[in-house]
Ligand binder design. Structure first.
Ligand code: GAR
Length: 197
């Protein structure tokens, strides 16, 4: 049975594009919805251009009421009969209720070699620590931020003179390989960790 996947984004959506483009042919999953908390983000237009249904729930309309924001997202998510959610640059912290509802079927990509550098500003933290390598991680989402079981990692060198921007660009190239590779496996129940680089 083909798995029905929603992708949640907040910004440019380059990971979303790589995931959508990967889900063709004999791939075990298909994209059925791209949902954003930012109605103006450029990723929504990219999803529409790729022929994927889109929706937006503007988190700013809910103030500090995360539960109400997530309830509004769940209306869209429940309407498309989902098997899985991929967070792809989705920059809102989720409540334990939301992570419990979608637990065991929700993935995230994070731009660090977890467990190092959970949260924000990962590139500068790796550079300032003097690390020789950095990278990205795909993991299952649990109630604890950026701490669920790791399903894959890609590693890149940190080069002399790297800035957050140059390092982010090098890592993003690997994100676009890693996330589709993990999704393809995960969609058939294979959680064997993938290592790139
Ligand atoms: C990606 O680098 C992703 O790893 C990161 O946001 C970027 C989104 O880019 N995610 C996080 O920082 C989540 N904590 P994209 O919109 O082009 O895919």
């Amino acid at each position: 049975m083909t798995k029905r996947v929603a992708i949640l984004i907040s910004g440019g959506g380059s990971n979303m594009v790589s995931l959508v483009k990967s889900m063709t042919g004999d791939h075990p999953a298909r994209p059925v919805l791209v949902l954003s908390n930012n109605p103006d983000c450029s990723g929504l237009a990219k999803a529409r251009d790729l022929g994927v249904e889109t929706a937006a729930v503007d988190h700013r309309q809910f103030g500090k009421d995360r539960a109400a924001f997530e309830a509004a997202m769940n209306v869209h998510l429940d309407a498309v009969d989902l098997d899985m959610i991929c967070l792809a640059g989705f920059m809102r912290i989720l409540t334990a209720d939301f992570t419990a509802k979608w637990g065991g079927r929700m993935l995230n990509i994070h731009p660090s070699l977890l467990p190092k550098y959970q949260g924000l500003n990962t590139y500068n933290r790796a550079i300032e620590a003097g690390d020789k390598t950095a990278g990205c991680t795909v993991h299952e989402v649990t109630a604890e931020l950026d701490a669920g079981p790791i399903l894959g990692q890609a590693e890149v060198p940190i080069l002399d003179g790297d800035t957050a921007d140059t390092l982010a660009a090098r890592i993003l190239i690997e994100e676009h390989k890693l996330y589709p590779a993990v999704l393809r496996q995960y969609a058939v129940g294979d959680r064997t960790p993938i290592k790139i680089g």
